[in-house]
Design a protein around this ligand. Structure first.
Ligand SMILES: *Cc1c(COP(=O)(O)O)cnc(C)c1O
Length: 409
């Protein structure tokens, strides 16, 4: 962890915990680096559903080409913050009210998920126009990935066999303008695997467009750029990805590619910080019970992984009994919920961990607080802190911070 961030975490009062601490400056630098790695003919949208915290969206706004929203609520939120920013509206199961709202909000692109949705759109257009991408479940072979949205039977997007019907509907309605295709097939791929998928998709899309005499102006290749929770240092290689996309664009001189990553943009900027309430041993297994839990940070429960964390020792101990601790043995970090599923990290090996020490869970900036079931058990909510310190990304981590990433065996 960066020194300034650690300093901020140390200064938090116990009453502030649990807390979400966001490194806004780091997020800005990351987004700038992603943008710089991409060719100009790639439009970089941020998928707001990963984390729609207004201060994070404001930090991102200067470095992205727009936002992708997946509901009327997200659309209202993003448009409320940025009156003019380009917005793409995607996601399955849009209501006609949401489609109408999208037209009112002047969205740049609508990602059409089905023939039904396209017909619904034509009923609310009136004298307006809509620029659409048809989302297709392209028949490709997907590598083993964390999450597959396509490649087999899927509720997302159009089956290729339905595309011609959609083309007929569009041809009969001059208010609908087909800009191209949208393909969000998988999540959790590294840069090379993602590029291989883009190659497959483009091969299919080129054939499809050529057979129908369509000039493919745009392909949105979705999000899903991998985030490795088991190895936080293994980050998606945006340089390699940018070089690969440049090659794709060289073969397609008139094409614009669009991408809409969420997780790989914001995952690293968020920390969930809490402290240890209890340490105990049960039938030979050590447990640390933390303030808070998966009702604040659902990510490890949702993805069935161990959330990486750092121990921030706190040497103040004012009780007259021995301080419970675990030293040099695997420990399972759990929260305050009355369910065995409330596990944040299982069997992690730590140097030492004591009641009262603080724990900072890393990679809690995406699909974390906003996907969590806050009201279960009615515990208090975390506090939120946005550190926007230019110094936050310089200086070595404090020597006493143990980096304990995930499971050991
Ligand atoms: C969720 C989603 C994204 C973002 O996915 P990440 O894995 O967060 O990058 C992009 N596009 C669509 C259509 C999505 O549903």
């Amino acid at each position: 962890m960066k020194a300034a961030l650690l300093q901020h975490i140390r200064r938090l009062a116990d009453d502030d915990l649990p807390a979400y601490v966001y490194d806004v400056h780091g997020l800005r630098a990351h987004a700038r680096a992603v943008r710089a790695a991409l060719p100009r003919r790639v439009r970089f949208l941020y998928a707001a559903k990963a984390n729609s915290d207004p201060r994070l969206l404001r930090a991102l706004a200067a470095h992205v080409d727009g936002f992708e929203v997946a509901s009327g609520g997200e659309l209202r939120h993003v448009r409320g913050l940025f009156p003019d920013v380009p917005i793409s509206f995607g996601g399955p199961g849009k209501t006609v009210a949401e489609l109408s709202q999208a037209l009112d909000a002047g969205v740049e692109r609508l990602h059409v998920e089905s023939e039904q949705e396209l017909r619904g759109l034509t009923t609310v257009l009136g004298d307006r126009t809509a620029d659409v991408l048809l989302r297709v479940n392209v028949p490709v072979a997907l590598p083993a990935v964390a999450l597959a949205m396509g490649g087999g039977p899927s509720p997302f997007g159009l089956d290729p066999s339905r595309l011609d019907r959609c083309l007929q509907i569009i041809a009969a309605d001059h208010r609908v303008r087909l800009r191209g295709l949208h393909v969000h097939l998988a999540s959790g791929l590294d840069a090379r695997a993602h590029l291989a998928l883009v190659d497959q998709v483009m091969g299919w899309a080129d054939r499809w467009a050529w057979q129908r005499g369509i000039d493919l102006a745009e392909v949105n290749i979705g999000g899903g750029m991998g985030v490795d929770y088991a190895d936080p240092r293994n980050v998606f290689d945006w340089q390699v990805f940018g070089i690969g996309l440049r090659r794709t664009l060289e073969r397609h001189p008139a094409l614009t590619l669009r991408i809409e990553p969420g997780r790989a943009v914001t995952a690293y900027c968020g920390w969930y910080v809490t402290r240890i309430l209890d340490v105990k041993s049960s039938r030979g297994t050590a447990f640390a019970v933390l303030r808070g839990g998966t009702h604040h940070l659902r990510t490890p429960a949702a993805k069935q992984h161990d959330q990486p964390f750092e121990v921030i020792p706190d040497d103040s101990w004012h009780q007259n009994w021995p301080r419970p601790e675990v030293r040099g043995e695997p420990v399972t970090l759990v929260g305050q919920l009355c369910t065995p599923k409330d596990v944040l990290a299982r069997g992690a090996t730590v140097g030492r961990l004591r009641v009262g020490d603080r724990i900072a869970f890393a990679m809690a900036g995406a699909y974390a607080w906003n996907i969590s079931h806050h009201d279960f058990l009615m515990h208090p909510r975390p506090t939120f802190h946005h550190v926007d310190d230019a110094d936050a990304d310089v200086g070595p981590p404090a020597a006493e911070t143990h980096v304990v990433a995930g499971r050991t065996a």
